[in-house]
Design a protein around this ligand. Structure first.
Ligand code: NZQ
Ligand code: ZN
Length: 385
């Protein structure tokens, strides 16, 4: 096992009716900015529950944070937070609202020239407004991690940052808030969480039986709950299990002491940035090609994954690894998520564009062995055509 530091200060309030406890979590006397997305919370009663819980607090609101939150939009919220002098933010929505809120929280007190530098130049976050979250979409793990991904529309860039200062103070996970999720978003959430686990698990072994089994537990839970929650999004137990699995997929525990990859996410973000394809779908496109191209380096873990998650026990290691990738593809397709670039009418021109961008950005040494270079990315994307 590798050395590691584990720090996760997020208080989770899980279950029915937990939104009412927001009032005990937000410090008394603070002025609260409520951030939300395109309006789903106004249609499913979540907004009313939040407003009721915050009775007695001075609040201002900022709605309209879009999927793959836009820097341009978030800067309007920063403006509002500064002029209204808010001291706390409550994010109500999916990963995009939570990620967007992390950026707002870090940007409000930012001393440099442009808060975009936090993303583009990795400018250090030295202070951030405290915030909490009411999560309405299990997928990203953003409710229990410190990462955030922001898109700049003007330049079609999608970049990530994280800081110990951008953990939510608390997150409310009430599965009932997810009953109104469209099937497409549920499928996306399952595929995203599944890929989060694989990016931390399908690398090479460093003797971490506990973390491996924790990862496999999350994968198996997602596989088991997926058909139930897609069939009936109002199945409380299935939604609860999916929700907690998605949180556990990216709250730091699976990464402790292991070697992580993240190259699939890094490459896939470009497909959202350039074509607006849903985040989870871009992962389903890139991951199978990534695993096939890098099979040799990931062989032992691919075989373990095949055996423990998909019961693949026959054949040579190489054959078993390939069958494991095929099982993964079938799983994505069972969620009605297509796994090839051509399914999304994306072709070689985009691959050239990504290669050019990565060259300009000086991208190198991706993956758990830091051996994935731009030429490899080109081959991987070509495999996924
Ligand atoms: O905007 P509203 O009207 O709320 O509608 C949203 C949005 O259209 C809707 N939705 C959310 N909850 C709902 C609902 N509709 C009905 N009922 C509900 N209960 O779903 C749509 C998608 O929402 P979004 O927040 O964009 O989805 P998701 O949670 O999948 O977040 C995706 C974003 O997270 C980033 C992605 O890159 C992407 O920008 N990620 C963040 C990570 C992190 N912070 O650790 C890691 C991930 O790998 C990922 O990169
Ligand atoms: Zn993801």
């Amino acid at each position: 096992m590798k050395n590691f530091q584990f720090y996760n200060p997020v208080r989770i309030l899980f279950g029915k009716g937990q939104i009412a406890s927001v009032a005990q979590q937000v410090p008394a006397g603070t002025k609260v900015l409520i951030t939300y997305g395109g309006g789903s919370i106004k249609q499913n009663g979540v907004y009313e529950q939040v407003k009721a819980a915050l009775q007695g607090f001075d609040t201002v609101e900022f709605g309209g944070i879009e999927a793959n939150p836009h820097y341009e939009t978030l800067m309007q919220a920063v403006e509002l937070a500064r002029t209204e002098k808010v001291d706390f933010i409550l994010a109500v929505g999916g990963g995009s609202v939570v990620d967007g809120t992390k950026f707002i929280a870090a940007a409000v007190p930012f001393q440099g020239e442009d808060p975009w530098d936090i993303l583009s130049k990795r400018a250090k976050v030295t202070s951030a407004l405290p915030f909490g979250a009411v999560l309405t979409l299990p997928a990203t793990g953003s409710e229990m991690n410190s990462g955030s991904v922001v898109t700049r529309v003007a330049t079609k860039e999608k970049l990530a940052f994280s800081s110990p200062l951008t953990f939510p103070k608390f997150s409310i996970l009430d599965p009932e808030t997810c009953f109104t999720l469209p099937k497409r978003q549920i499928a996306n959430g399952i595929a995203d969480a599944f890929t989060h686990v694989l990016e931390q698990y399908l690398t090479y072994p460093v003797n971490t039986p506990l973390q491996d089994r924790q990862a496999e537990a999350v994968l198996l839970t997602l596989i088991e709950e997926a058909p139930k929650v897609l069939e009936n999004p109002r199945d409380y137990d299935a939604m609860a299990n999916f929700m907690w699995a998605a949180t556990n997929a990216l709250n730091g525990t699976l990464a402790a002491g292991v070697v992580t990859d993240w190259s699939t996410h890094y490459v896939a973000h470009e497909l959202t940035a350039l074509h607006g394809i849903d985040h989870a779908r871009t992962l389903a496109i890139v991951l199978p090609a990534m695993l096939r191209y890098r099979r040799a380096g990931k062989l032992q873990k691919l075989v373990q994954y095949g055996q423990r998650v998909w019961n693949i026990t026959a054949g040579t290691d190489e054959e078993r690894a390939e069958v494991a990738v095929q099982a993964t593809v079938r799983f994505f397709e069972s969620l009605e998520i297509k796994t090839r670039l051509s399914d999304y009418e994306v072709g070689e021109e985009t691959i050239r564009h990504i290669v050019q961008r990565f060259t300009e950005r000086g991208v190198k040494n991706l993956g758990e062995r830091a051996d994935v270079q731009i030429a490899d990315v080109e081959q991987i994307l070509t495999l996924s055509l």
